[in-house]
Design a protein around this ligand. Structure first.
Ligand code: BGC
Length: 767
């Protein structure tokens, strides 16, 4: 034993020093250090705690509150003065508020926090401003992230971030729980639409843009026009084994590092100030209790110096749901020692009592507390909250302006993805007569999806007056006289999101007799998080029935899918002449769709995920070679090989593009070197169009079975008819790297293939 100790003590000391040294790298800001030095334990713990607005509002619970919304000043004082809380989140009564209401809420809270507490530390208010400022009436709504990803347009994604930051600051709020950088690799997951899709490079690139949009080009979050972003949910949320929200994920280390870490690593490098933790469990461990993921990986290896906030009630969940901690207090100890800095409690103050006790009992060290509080106060300081604790809406004249609307509209236009266009049925003539049908045809709720005025995106009528549904937009485009509307199926009012019902399908069929085309808008109703779980990815039976009934009329069907994830359409797709994926395009999505359908805008969106053909085949484009084993085709039926409805990166245009002259400047790449890939793209059609040029590489042989191909670059260009542009990409050895069996990023020497559209070229990498 003694011998063991003699050996262990120096090792432990070394480890302790290393950890201390690494942890101490968090920036020391003199003003913050001065405050920290004066703080009592209770004041420090209070800074680490956050409750939801319902807790301090008169008559509030999750869905209702007394209107007009009124803060309960006794409860406000209990939270901010007695418990010394450092943060409040969310809306109250479950719905969006006006700019005036937000100003009242945040300024009242800041007055109490700054004038009635010993140290006068301002609170930091946070909300989910997910595709625009979710909880502010009149804010500019963009397509949800999955639609933004379909634009493959870095500039538009950054612009969306900037506008959201501006309008959130106009709402007096400086902290946004966005973006979602979980991987959208499983279409069953109810939050797939909150992601940038299935590819880690695309998600990383757009992640950097949106974070820079939120925080400013130099992360100048002290400016009243930017705010602190909160990439989430670290780490491995998005691919639970069952596809259902907050259920166990089994992710080998190699996969975790290859596909889940990089987007977070990139935004940390890009300066993101806060990060939210994954509410689920990875390999049996609740992430909120994972020292390995939160401290060793996030804070030490990735060097994250900002503040780590929990997700909703997730410290409790370690005890009540995941049963890893036998009491709530034990759960608090686990989470804080794992590396959590702030608890989104969110309904009571027990966390504070437990944490004070734990420190007094020596179960949580004061240095851990100081580290957490330093991270929190640093963010507050950088937000300039002491000088400008509350921003005022009158200083934000561009809130909801034409200028902002145009950008949201442009993003919606560029997100729309044309997946099929047999016989060039689209664009439609403007003098055509059309039947508009389907449960998504006349709904603002379905265009927006969740996180739109309310959490589930339901009950939004009071906020969406004046915006156009698909039906409104089609009528505006070709005149009411040319449009007949029969919904055929509707989402059942006041029922779970997945419930729909027939509404006289025969009437829709009869109406088709007198029209030239059928615009059939199907998909999903809005949902968010756990309530959006499903048992079957197939499109609903009623919607399939409607599509089949309309197909029998023989009229050409234009199928519009308005959905958060790709619902299976295999059996009805052959009946459609054209298929358009609109995703969740937001308030301007109806207008944007009509522009595309009637040819006033040439579509250029590209699928940010593989659209599956079967519910049992949810394989992504970057799969291993063994997903396709048809070399013995003819002898056996290999029908079950990798087969998709529409591939990743796919999307049609009303013009045509020709790729030629794929040239590498060298066939040899060496360590520290780079190789330039150039390709010519010509618009061979008769109208202007945008094209997303996509660069893929394949590692032909590697020590870990290589993915068949990986996206390594993309560029969106605009071409006039007849015009040719030359597009170049640079590849460095590290761009080709993968995670090997020792969990190291390596580029192994050997042959690589470059692919742009159907053109390929090979090169060798030597060390
Ligand atoms: C979600 C988070 C969100 C948080 C605060 C949670 O339920 O998982 O994404 O930021 O609530 O609203």
């Amino acid at each position: 034993m003694k011998k063991l100790l003699i050996f262990l003590i120096p090792v432990m000391l070394l480890w302790a020093c290393n950890t201390a040294e690494k942890k101490s790298s968090v920036e020391r800001i003199p003003e913050v250090e001065k405050i920290l030095a004066q703080m009592t334990l209770e004041e420090k713990v209070g800074q680490m705690a956050q409750v939801t607005l319902d807790v301090i509002t008169v008559g509030a619970n999750q869905y209702h509150t007394q209107e007009p919304l009124t803060l309960d000043m006794d409860l406000v004082r209990k939270a901010l003065v007695d418990y010394k809380l450092g943060s409040i989140l969310n809306t109250a009564g479950g719905k969006a508020r006006t700019l005036e209401e937000w100003h009242y809420i945040v300024s009242t809270l800041q007055e109490v926090a700054m004038n009635e507490t010993r140290l006068g530390i301002p609170i930091i208010y946070g909300v989910d401003a997910i595709h625009g400022t979710t909880y502010t009436a009149g804010a500019t709504f963009f397509p949800q992230q999955i639609g933004q990803a379909a634009t493959w347009n870095r500039e538009l994604v950054r612009r969306g971030g900037e506008i959201t930051a501006y309008e959130t600051r106009a709402s007096a709020i400086p902290w946004n729980f966005s973006p979602v950088l979980d991987m959208g690799r499983d279409p069953r997951f109810p939050r797939m639409w909150e992601t940038f899709g299935e590819d880690v490079y695309l998600a990383s690139q757009l992640g950097i843009e949106i974070v820079k949009g939120y925080e400013g080009p130099n992360n100048e979050i002290g400016s009243p026009y930017y705010l602190a972003s909160c990439p989430k949910h670290f780490l491995g949320y998005g691919t639970p084994y069952s596809g259902k929200d907050r259920t166990p994920a089994l992710i080998p280390d190699i996969e975790l590092h290859e596909r889940h870490v990089p987007a977070f690593a990139e935004v940390i490098k890009a300066g993101a100030h806060t990060i939210m933790v994954n509410s689920g469990q990875v390999n049996g461990v609740p992430v909120h209790a994972s020292y390995r993921l939160l401290t060793e990986l996030l804070k030490e290896e990735l060097g994250f110096e900002g503040l780590v906030v929990t997700d909703w009630q997730d410290i409790d969940n370690i005890h009540t749901r995941d049963r890893v901690a036998s009491s709530q207090k034990e759960a608090v100890k686990m989470a804080i020692n794992a590396g959590v800095d702030m608890a989104m409690i969110p309904y009571n103050f027990d966390f504070c009592d437990h944490l004070v006790e734990l420190v007094n009992e020596g179960e949580v060290s004061m240095s851990r507390i100081d580290d957490a509080v330093r991270r929190i106060l640093n963010v507050k300081h950088k937000l300039n909250l002491w000088e400008t604790p509350v921003t005022h809406y009158s200083d934000y004249p561009k809130f909801g302006s034409e200028e902002f609307i145009n950008d949201a509209y442009q993003t919606a236009l560029e997100s729309i993805t044309l997946l099929k266009n047999d016989d060039n049925v689209l664009p439609l003539r403007k003098n055509a007569r059309v039947l508009v049908s389907g449960p998504n045809a006349n709904s603002m709720r379905t265009l927006n999806g969740g996180w739109s005025y309310t959490w589930q995106g339901s009950n939004i009528d009071e906020f969406v007056e004046g915006y156009s549904t698909i039906l409104d937009a089609v009528e505006a485009k070709i005149g009411k006289n040319n449009v007949v509307y029969r919904e055929g199926v509707r989402y059942t009012p006041d029922a779970p999101y997945w419930a729909d019902e027939e509404v006289d399908i025969n009437a829709a069929v009869r109406a088709a007799a007198g029209v030239d085309y059928i615009i059939l808008a199907l998909g999903e109703n809005s949902y968010c998080e756990k309530p959006g779980d499903l048992h079957d990815l197939s499109l609903s039976e009623n919607q399939v029935k409607l599509a089949n009934a309309l197909a029998k009329t023989g009229k050409p069907i234009i199928l519009i899918m308005n959905q958060g994830r790709p619902r299976i359409i295999r059996t009805i797709e052959p009946h459609a002449k054209a298929v358009v994926n609109a995703y969740l395009p937001g308030n301007y999505g109806g207008l944007a769709l009509a522009e595309v359908l009637f040819g006033d805008y040439n579509p250029n969106g590209k699928a940010p995920f593989t659209y599956p053909l079967y519910v049992n085949s949810l394989v992504t484009y970057d799969h291993k070679p063994s997903e396709k084993q048809d070399r013995m085709a003819g002898m056996y039926d290999y029908e079950s090989d990798f087969a998709v409805q529409y591939p990743f990166g796919y999307g049609l245009s009303y013009t045509s593009f020709e790729y030629s002259n794929l040239v590498l400047n060298s066939e040899e790449l060496t360590k520290g070197g780079e190789i330039t890939v150039t390709v010519d793209v010509k618009n061979t059609g008769s109208r202007q169009g945008k094209e997303v040029v996509q660069l893929y590489t394949s590692d032909l042989y590697a020590s870990i079975t290589p993915d068949v191909r990986r996206l390594r670059g993309f560029d969106k260009i605009s071409l006039d008819p007849g015009q040719t542009k030359s597009v170049s990409f640079t590849l460095k050895p590290e761009d080709l790297a993968f995670v090997n069996k020792n969990i190291e990023w390596v580029t192994e020497p050997g042959e690589f293939m470059v692919q742009v559209e159907k053109l390929t070229a090979n090169f060798n990498y030597t060390e």
